[in-house]
Design a protein around this ligand. Structure first.
Ligand code: ADP
Length: 287
């Protein structure tokens, strides 16, 4: 049954926003201090349950604005669950429960009056397997804005142009916007999905292994793109590829068995981890 819900307030400007000592607050933050940085997402003692199975235990982690935060860890340790809990994508799975706090710009995203559609507009998602709709390139990118009520063709064209340019796909497709998206290569399809996510003007992009199905050249393009996008967006990326985490992110959180073992600046976590478990993982002793 649809309910009327209030919207999460748009983000405040950096000038008036509260700041938290950076870089991240975790169970065992190891990073060295730097000037205060605004936090986009904060989870505090967040636990997550699939029915009686507890997949996440007391996760306290902050995601600085306009940065790339990578989540690494062995398969099944809760990285995707954590990512999906940020924009309530897990809500669609029956029997799930969240405890603790998930704050976006200091507002609880699980508060009963939150408009989930609005939340997902602000917090877009890109999945491991590119999922273009069986529609034209144009219609794929215009999909979100159309659902949101945009009918003006000139405005839609502008959004499609902008999003494809931001996703570094424009030059490859500008002369064939009416062609089927399914005719694009795998790497192009993934950038199309990024363009589709960008079309609704999100503030955060959640990426769940966005390059794991791609060849090295396409992976490099996606990584370049992530690097470019962080100027304007906050990005949280799940990756099983530690080299990728080291290349694209400023902050890294290491998850294991549903717990956040360690979080800190990427360079520090990979060169001088605070926890033995992290060291064992990054040196390939398990995982
Ligand atoms: P990762 O992303 O690190 O591989 P996941 O977040 O996918 O880990 O999974 C964490 C745990 O939650 C695992 O034990 C997994 O089996 C369980 N899980 C994930 N998705 C579901 C689901 N839809 N229903 C029940 N359990 C799930």
């Amino acid at each position: 049954m649809p309910t009327t819900m209030s919207t999460i307030k748009p983000s405040a400007t950096s000038a008036d926003a509260p700041t938290v000592p950076p870089p991240m607050l975790g169970a065992s933050a190891t990073a060295t201090p730097s000037p205060s940085r605004r936090m986009k997402f904060e989870t505090r003692d967040m636990s997550f349950y699939y029915g009686s199975h507890q997949a996440l235990h007391d996760i306290t982690l902050s995601v600085p604005e306009r940065s790339v935060t990578a989540l690494i860890g062995p398969s099944g340790c809760g990285k995707s669950t954590y990512l999906r809990s940020l924009n309530r994508m897990n809500d669609i799975i029956e029997g799930t429960k969240v405890t603790g706090k998930v704050l976006l710009d200091s507002v609880d995203v699980y508060a009963p009056n939150v408009d989930v559609v609005e939340l997902r507009k602000r917090v877009g998602m890109v999945f491991q397997k590119s999922t273009p709709f069986p529609k034209s390139i144009f219609d794929n990118v215009a999909y979100g804005p159309r659902i949101a009520g945009q009918k003006n063709l000139a405005a839609l064209r502008e959004i499609v142009d902008r999003s494809l340019k931001q996703a570094a796909l424009w030059n490859e497709v500008k002369d064939r916007l009416k062609d089927s998206a399914l005719a694009l290569s795998g790497g192009q399809q993934q950038r199309l999905c990024i363009a589709r996510a960008l079309a609704t003007n999100p503030e955060v992009l959640l990426m769940d292994e966005p390059a794991s199905a791609l060849d090295p050249a396409s992976t490099a393009r996606i990584e370049d793109l992530i690097f470019e996008l962080k100027r304007n967006y906050t990005i949280v990326i799940v990756t099983h590829n530690m080299q990728q985490a080291a290349r694209v992110s400023e902050y890294t959180g290491f998850f294991c068995l549903g717990r956040l073992v360690e979080v800190g600046r990427t360079k520090q976590l990979f060169t001088n981890p605070a926890q033995k478990e992290t060291e064992d993982y990054i040196t390939g002793r398990f995982g």
